[in-house]
Design a protein around this ligand. Structure first.
Ligand SMILES: [Mg+2]
Length: 385
C-alpha cells in the first residue's frame, strides 16, 4: 500500500501515469464524464501521461486523434499499444529490415514499420511457388525470409491468412502475440478477442506465442520507457482487474482501479487482484485518499465503518463520501476472502457495493450514506437487499 494518506491527493505520490483507455477515458465513442478534464488538469500540474492499450488493431495516430476530439491531452507519441510492445520485442531480437508477418489490423503493420522492421502481408508470402486457395498467385516474399510473426486483432484477417500463418509457423519463426484477451466487448455482448485467435493458431501450429500486452509486463515497461519515470513513481490506471491491475503488479507498478468500466466490486472479491487504490472515476486521483484501516472488528475508511458478520456486510457508519463506504466494505470482504469465505457468498455480498458505485456514477443518492455522530450503533445490514 502506498504511503499516500488522507491528507494528500493520490497523484502527489507519482510523477507519471499509465492510463488505460476504454472504460477509463471513453466508453465506445463517448468520453467518460469528467475524464478528459481530469487528464488535462493532471498534465497541467506536471504529471507525465501516456495511454497504454491492449488494442493492437488501431494505429496510434487514430487513437490520439480520438482522444483529442474528446478533449483529452494526446499526441501520437502518448499512445502505447500492445502492437508497439510486440514490435519492440521483435526489434530486440531481429536486425533492422528483418521481415515480419503482420497478422492483424493496420496497427500491427505500422508498429513494425515504426521500429525499422518490414511488415509482410499474408498474401505476399510465397511457399516455393505453392498457392493458398485463398489468395491469387502474386507473391513476392519467400517464406524462408520471414523471421517472425506478430499477431494482433484485425477484423479483416481471413481464414486464408490464418492458413498462411499456420504454415509459416511450422518453419520456426519467432511468434509474438500482442495480447491474449480472450474476448472483445461489443455492444451486443462478447465476441472472440485476440486471445481466442492466438489459441486457434496455437492448436494448428502445435506451439504457443510470447504475449506482450497487459497483464504481461512488456507493454507497461514500454510505457515506462516512454514516460521516463521510475516504476516507483508511476501509477497504472485501469478498469479491468485481469489485465490492467494484475499487469501493474507484474510490472511492479502501483495501480488505481477505476470503476467506470467493466469490473465492479463483486468482480474483485472473486479474484486475487489487489489494486493499490479503488476509485470511482479518474477525478479522484486529484482528491485525498483515505486508506482503509482495521479497527477492532470493523474496517474504517474516512468516516465509514463496515464489518463483515455472519449476516453479511454491515455498514455501522456511512459516509458523505460513498467511496469511503465502498473501500471499507471491500477491505472487509477481501479479508473474508483471504480467510476462506466462498466466492459465491463474497460476490453476493459485494453486490451491495456495486449498487453504491452505480448510483454514485449515475449521479444519484448514495444508499448507505448515513451519519451517526454518536457512535457505531446504527448497524444496518446492506447485504441481500
Ligand atoms: Mg479498459
Amino acid at each position: 500500500m502506498s504511503a499516500c494518506t488522507a491528507s494528500q491527493p493520490i497523484v502527489a505520490a507519482y510523477d507519471g501515469l499509465v492510463c488505460d483507455l476504454d472504460g477509463v477515458v471513453y466508453r465506445g465513442g463517448d468520453a467518460v464524464p469528467g475524464a478528459p478534464e481530469t487528464l488535462q488538469r493532471l498534465v497541467a500540474d506536471g504529471i507525465r501521461l501516456v495511454y497504454a492499450t491492449n488494442n493492437a488493431s488501431r494505429v496510434a495516430g487514430d487513437v490520439a486523434a480520438q482522444l483529442a476530439s474528446l478533449g483529452a491531452p494526446a499526441t501520437d507519441a502518448d499512445v502505447v499499444s500492445s502492437a508497439q510492445a510486440g514490435a519492440a520485442r521483435l526489434r530486440g531480437e531481429l536486425p533492422a529490415g528483418a521481415r515480419v508477418l503482420a497478422l492483424g489490423g493496420a496497427g500491427v503493420a505500422q508498429a513494425l514499420t515504426g521500429v525499422g522492421l518490414v511488415p509482410v502481408q499474408p498474401a505476399d508470402v510465397d511457399f516455393d511457388g505453392m498457392r493458398s486457395p485463398a489468395h491469387p498467385p502474386a507473391r513476392s516474399v519467400p517464406a524462408a525470409e520471414v523471421s517472425a510473426v506478430l499477431q494482433g486483432f484485425g477484423r479483416n484477417v481471413s481464414v486464408g491468412d490464418f492458413e498462411i500463418a499456420a504454415r509459416l509457423l511450422t518453419l520456426g519463426p519467432i511468434w509474438v502475440g500482442t495480447n491474449d484477451d480472450a474476448t472483445l466487448p461489443l455492444p451486443w455482448g462478447r465476441s472472440p478477442g485476440n486471445g481466442a485467435y492466438l489459441d486457434l493458431l496455437a492448436v494448428a501450429a502445435g506451439r504457443r506465442p510470447v504475449v506482450v500486452g497487459k497483464p504481461h509486463p512488456p507493454l507497461y515497461r514500454l510505457a515506462l520507457d516512454r514516460l521516463g519515470t521510475p516504476a516507483s513513481r508511476t501509477l497504472a490506471v485501469g478498469d479491468r482487474l485481469a489485465t490492467d491491475i494484475d499487469g501493474a503488479r507484474a510490472a511492479d507498478l502501483d495501480s488505481a482501479w477505476v470503476l467506470t468500466g467493466v469490473d465492479l466490486p463483486s468482480d474483485l472479491v472473486v479474484t486475487q487482484s489487489s489494486p493499490t487504490y479503488v476509485i470511482a472515476a479518474l477525478g479522484e486521483l486529484l482528491a485525498p485518499y483515505a486508506v482503509p484501516q482495521r479497527v477492532g472488528d470493523e474496517w474504517r475508511c474516512g468516516r465509514a465503518a463496515v464489518a463483515h458478520a455472519d449476516a453479511g456486510l454491515v455498514v455501522r457508519q456511512g459516509s458523505s463520501e460513498p467511496m469511503e463506504t465502498v473501500r471499507a466494505g471491500l477491505a472487509a470482504l477481501l479479508e473474508a476472502r483471504d480467510t476462506g469465505a466462498t466466492p459465491a457468498r463474497l460476490r453476493d455480498e459485494a453486490r451491495t457495493l456495486d449498487r453504491v458505485v452505480e448510483q454514485l456514477l449515475a449521479g444519484g443518492q448514495e444508499p448507505t450514506d448515513h451519519h451517526d455522530d454518536h457512535g457505531g450503533h446504527d448497524e444496518r445490514s446492506v447485504a441481500n437487499r
